[in-house]
Design a protein. Structure first.
Length: 391
């Protein structure tokens, strides 16, 4: 069934104020998410923070069930963490690297992840190696297979990079990882909520994501999936009274489930809002959302490509809701500011965010427009008209 765009917009207050093409940065929340989050904050104000959490226990626990349903795992494999970067960090820094271990990653890997690789390499003597792209700009499966040996400790891939519309072939990469018995970590920060995600089909051991992007949840929320079979092999870099129990003067025991990667203090309003955002996405159906996003992004690329001076920079066999482009003679930051004056929101991707990828392509910065299912064909036309005037 086609998605009811009118209903989606009626339930998105921000649609009356702005043309929001910055959904890969932070989406406009729905009214149900807004109501749920504010209601919890009001409860805290009325009865106190500890008491509000106790009274809302079922709502809080529901978020684990919702996240598990979203990515097709069990609730014991979910940790609720304050953002996608920290969720990713808790998984990555739990891996015991040693000198000579190899970390394989993508050319389009995100800056925060790559900095972590370099830090661990400096501390332990591990080696970071980017997998070459194939002819379409995505991770080359053939190149990956040739790089596999007994020293590869981790394959770590960003599913949807920040610097273009491509979708890396994470399921194909997962097959290689499983065949070789190598740990596999997926950064799904910009894919969860945009498309259906099934961790069993991907074959990953760990997957991190955020609430604020395509899930349309509150900022400062995210979660980490860790496959049950590998949880015991990973000791979190930080522990507290939530992640472990102090059982004797000189001994503690770490939790056996994924909550060992959490800490005690949490933004419960955000967690409950995240649960509502996931429920809301599931009600629309991720397959329906994905079709809608791909259609809008295709329309946007198709309209932008013929405009004089405009170059669309997206690559990949499968392309998502992120559309990147430049305008000849116009600085991307200037374009962003001029569009903002018209209440049109985009962002700018810079070489410092995905250095290997953008340097390879000779790019220093690009305009990044990202659509969601509540955007309309008319908004795409209005956007392209503005870009044509700027060009």
């Amino acid at each position: 069934m086609p998605l009811n765009v009118e209903k989606a917009r009626q339930e998105t207050p921000g649609c009356t104020n702005v043309l929001h093409f910055n959904n890969a940065g932070s989406s406009l929340p729905s009214q149900p998410v807004l109501d749920t989050t504010i209601a919890y904050l009001q409860l805290e104000a009325q009865i106190g923070g500890y008491e509000a959490a106790e009274r809302s226990h079922e709502q809080i626990e529901h978020t684990y069930d919702a996240a598990a349903q979203l990515v097709s795992c069990t609730r014991d494999e979910i940790a609720l963490i304050e953002n996608a970067t920290r969720a990713w960090d808790m998984a990555f820094y739990s891996i015991p690297f040693k000198r000579g271990d190899r970390i394989l990653t993508a050319m389009s890997e995100y800056v925060s992840n790559y900095i972590a690789y370099l830090q661990i390499a400096r501390k332990t003597g591990a080696v970071v190696e980017p997998i070459p792209d194939d002819q379409y700009g995505q991770v080359s499966i053939e190149a990956l297979r040739h790089m596999i040996d007994e020293r590869v400790k981790l394959i770590s891939i960003t599913h949807v990079p920040t610097s273009g519309g491509l979708v890396n072939p994470v399921a194909e990469i997962g097959k290689v990882a499983r065949e070789a018995g190598i740990l596999y970590l997926v950064d799904a920060c910009q894919s969860v909520g945009q498309m259906p995600i099934n961790v069993n089909e991907i074959g990953c051991d760990m997957l991190s994501t955020t609430g604020r992007k395509y899930l349309r949840g509150p900022r400062g929320t995210g979660f980490l999936y860790v496959r049950k079979e590998v949880i015991e092999r990973l000791e979190p870099p930080m522990l507290d009274l939530h992640a472990a129990t102090w059982v004797a003067r000189d001994r503690y025991e770490i939790r056996s489930d994924a909550r060992r990667f959490e800490n005690w203090e949490k933004n419960y309003a955000g967690i409950i809002g995240l649960g509502q955002a996931i429920d809301y996405a599931l009600e629309w159906d991720l397959h329906t959302i994905w079709r809608r996003i791909k259609d809008l992004a295709y329309q946007l690329r198709t309209r932008l490509s013929p405009l004089p001076g405009v170059i669309v920079h997206d690559r990949g066999i499968t392309q998502c809701g992120i559309v990147t482009f430049t305008v000849e003679g116009k600085d991307p930051e200037t374009i962003k500011q001029l569009l903002a004056e018209q209440k049109i929101h985009v962002t700018v991707a810079r070489v410092s965010s995905t250095r290997l990828d953008m340097e390879n392509r000779g790019l220093t910065s690009i305009v990044r427009a990202s659509v969601h299912y509540y955007n309309t064909e008319d908004e795409v036309e209005r956007f392209c008209t503005q870009i044509e005037r700027l060009a």
